[in-house]
Design a protein around this ligand. Structure first.
Ligand SMILES: [Zn+2]
Length: 90
């Protein structure tokens, strides 16, 4: 089993089981396109880790979003999408 998480020491007795990939984490999120303003439901991949950033094209206007996903300990996802050509990432 590959466990992608920032675990500095796995035998220190702490029980920080993160429910990613076991069916309890959110696998989709409703967002609003920063370009066209349309509501879009996007799929998430909990197995990719508790913090993710990637580019995904809007399903409506096909412009690229910069997507930021953060999972809470209970598996709920907070998703933010920004216009990736807005110049904040240069
Ligand atoms: Zn759009």
């Amino acid at each position: 089993m590959i466990y992608i998480a920032d675990v500095p020491d796995d035998d220190d007795g702490l029980d920080e089981d993160f429910p990613l990939g076991d069916g309890t984490a959110d696998t989709e999120a409703a967002v609003e396109c920063p370009y066209c303003g349309e509501p879009v439901v996007i799929g998430l991949d909990p197995g990719s880790g508790p913090r993710q950033e990637y580019v995904e094209d809007c399903q409506v206007c096909c412009r690229p979003w910069q997507v930021s996903v953060t999972y809470a300990a209970d598996g709920s996802a907070r998703v933010r999408v920004d216009a990736s050509d807005g110049g904040w990432d240069d």
